[in-house]
Design a protein around this ligand. Structure first.
Ligand code: ZN
Length: 191
């Protein structure tokens, strides 16, 4: 926009210069007395008057173009300021996002570090079962079998069931018949 107007201004400037050169040439010819014929003199006087009008009109045009250049430059400055403000805001938002992202990553690492050691070496299907039970059983997916009772639902296990549990290999998952929680066998289980 500003570039276009500056090109227009250069063109008007050149036009003014061209007309002024012609005016000077005509004046010089008249002043030198080379034009003696009254008709020629009258014609040249008319031409000079017309050149004056043309110069005045071109100079008006020049002023108008200059005013438009000023307006366009002011608009451009305003836009540049707005772009700079938006860039600044964007940079602040990106920085805040990165900061929050880093905080969340740190939290995730903490949670994983906390959970890591306890799930290491636990088969995926058992872990999935545990997570499912924990979600449906008020946050407790596994319970210790203690003194022949499930500490999850607090109900006693009858002797027949205890015998079945006792007969199972140590790596087999045992579950409470009442509450379905995973029963963890220990030396205190009473088996
Ligand atoms: Zn139970």
């Amino acid at each position: 926009m500003v570039d276009d107007l500056q090109a227009e201004q250069a063109k008007v400037d050149a036009d003014v210069e061209q007309v002024k050169t012609r005016r000077t040439r005509d004046r010089d010819r008249m002043d030198s007395g080379a034009v003696a014929n009254p008709k020629d003199l009258e014609r040249m006087t008319h031409e000079l008057a017309s050149l004056e009008r043309r110069i005045a009109s071109l100079e008006d045009e020049e002023l108008e173009v200059m005013a438009r250049i000023e307006d366009a430059e002011r608009d451009l400055t305003t836009l540049q300021e707005r772009v700079a403000a938006i860039d600044e805001r964007l940079a602040a938002l990106l920085a805040a996002r990165d900061e929050k992202g880093a905080a969340i990553d740190a939290q995730l690492l903490d949670v994983e570090a906390e959970r890591g050691p306890s799930v290491d070496g636990v088969p995926a299907d058992l872990l999935a079962l545990y997570d499912k039970l924990r979600a449906s059983k008020g946050g407790v997916g596994a319970a210790e079998l203690r003194q022949r009772r499930c500490t999850g639902c607090q109900l006693g296990i009858d002797f027949a069931e205890l015998a079945v549990i006792k007969g199972k290999p140590a790596d087999e998952v045992v579950r409470c018949e009442e509450c379905s929680r995973i029963l963890v066998r220990t030396a205190e289980s009473g088996l």
